[in-house]
Design a protein around this ligand. Structure first.
Ligand code: TRP
Length: 460
């Protein structure tokens, strides 16, 4: 039974929405951190290989399942799956979605708070002067902010409500329409920021770090980190792409769409690196400053990198956090859609009711995550606080596990004629290019994903 199912109305809207899911904190926050920790250019080359050999084939696998079933992820596997086991796999994806969303929205709330903070710190303000004079300023600010009992939770709730507002409107009038505005805006800001970054003092050093590979840095652990990053960044492994693909039209070329989305996602990640590293090298911060880079090191960095032109530094800083908010919003929207589609179709709720249930549940879980790194530091399970537990379990276990199941399902379990039909659009496209993808899905991906999994569990 399909109730109130609408599809993406245009090709452009469909690509922008899917790219919007992929482009997010993973590109702007996580990618530079991973590249910084793993030696820069060599990591980027390995990362690109992972996108090509693993990311794009897995994207195709999710697309095939989603469009063939034309329903939400949980139902899709039930409909196409062989035995009892396979019919349950979609549910694992929906479950992973709740986990990822619950901590992702906490960081999303921080981006919103930092956007307003950056906007308030004009070059003439006393606070800006104080921040520039004091190296520990942002560290203390960030520490106090996440420890505040209400502020980060309020920001998170506002962020989820923005996404709620879009999701409630449905696929075409909500997700598609907003992606068509938000994504071009995101590209314009990113291009402006890249252009500015060439004028910083550290431009040469930053670009050398990004583009001159030192292959002595390549280790197995680094290769695995690159693969994990590719999964997270391309939204693979929990049925997000599968759900979006269920709204694709019959004429959509799945291979080409996967290639476009993979290219856009990688380009945005590299461009974020071009924005961040020259500024970082201008100020002498270590590029491997870690996860705190965006929230502790960067707030001052842009002002310092453009110290001769304080208003330009200010504008770059505000635009950077605006970029972060936009990218995060389109990703949160895609995470919101997965359980919403599930509740609408499997429990026959109206779209409004389903969206509201998801909003309430994730705000509750998000609140717990946020408190677990703030006032309720003691709230821990298995020796990790809730925030880290959700982050670690989903990116190191549930996403690779979901990814492995999806590849295996698409390549070995799914009826071959369905696979062929989806890849050739009912025989109207040649099957030639798809052969390589199918070979990667069958013989390469499951093996490699298995490696990620056991390394994530610390067994390697
Ligand atoms: N890809 C997004 C990012 O880079 C995050 C995201 C959205 C995601 N949907 C997902 C990650 C599904 C894994 C699975 O920030």
């Amino acid at each position: 039974m399909r109730n109130e199912r609408s599809d993406f109305a245009s090709k452009l809207g469909m690509v922008l929405a899917t790219a919007g899911s992929a482009v997010g904190l993973g590109n702007i926050w996580r990618f530079p951190v991973e590249a910084g920790n793993n030696g820069g250019a060599a990591f980027i080359i390995i990362y690109i290989l992972c996108v090509l050999a693993l990311g794009i084939p897995l994207t195709v696998a999710e697309f095939v399942v989603g469009r063939a079933a034309h329903t939400n992820t949980a139902q899709a596997y039930k409909r196409l799956g062989g035995n009892r086991f396979w019919r349950q796999t979609g549910k694992l994806g929906v479950m992973t979605g709740w986990f990822i969303m619950s901590y992702y929205i906490v960081v999303a709330g921080w981006t919103l708070a930092y956007f307003f903070k950056a906007a308030s710190m004009t070059p003439s303000s006393a606070e800006q002067a104080a921040a520039l004079a004091d190296n520990g300023y942002w560290e203390r600010y960030f520490g106090a902010f996440i420890a505040h009992p209400l502020l980060p939770i309020a920001c998170m709730a506002v962020f989820v409500l923005m996404s709620h507002f879009v999701i409630v409107r449905g696929v075409e009038k909500g997700i598609e329409r907003f992606s068509k505005v938000l994504m071009p805006l995101l590209f314009i800001i990113l291009i402006a920021l890249v252009a500015c970054s060439f004028f910083t003092e550290g431009a040469a050093a930053g670009l050398a770090f990004l583009f001159k590979p030192d292959f002595s840095k390549v280790t197995l652990r680094m290769v695995l980190a690159a693969m994990g990053q590719a999964f997270f960044s391309m939204s693979i492994g929990m049925g997000c792409l599968c759900t979006y693909a269920s709204y694709f039209g019959r004429e959509t070329n799945l291979l080409r769409t996967a290639l476009h989305v993979g290219m856009i996602d990688t380009l945005v990640a590299i461009m974020s690196g071009i924005v961040i590293f020259p500024a970082v090298f201008s100020t002498g911060i270590r590029p491997d400053a870690g996860a705190s880079l965006v929230f502790i090191a960067l707030p001052n960095v842009f002002q310092e990198a453009f110290s001769a032109l304080p208003w330009l530094g200010y504008a770059v800083s505000v635009l950077f956090y605006a970029l972060l908010v936009l990218a995060t919003l389109t990703s949160v929207i895609s995470l919101h859609e997965v359980p919403t589609a599930y509740l609408t179709e499997d429990f026959h709720l109206s779209r409004r009711a389903a969206t509201t249930v998801v909003t309430i549940v994730v705000i509750t879980l998000g609140t717990l995550c946020s408190l677990s790194i703030g006032p309720l530091k003691g709230l821990a399970l298995f020796g990790r606080n809730l925030f880290d537990l959700f982050d670690w379990t989903s990116s190191q276990i549930l996403l690779p596990l979901g990814g492995a199941l999806i590849t295996f399902f698409a390549a070995w379990i799914l009826d071959r004629s369905i696979l062929r039909r989806e890849l050739t659009n009912d025989g109207t496209l040649p099957y030639g290019h798809a052969r390589l993808i199918v070979a990667l899905l069958r013989y390469f991906a499951p093996f490699v994903i298995f490696l990620i999994l056991i390394s994530g569990l610390g067994l390697l």
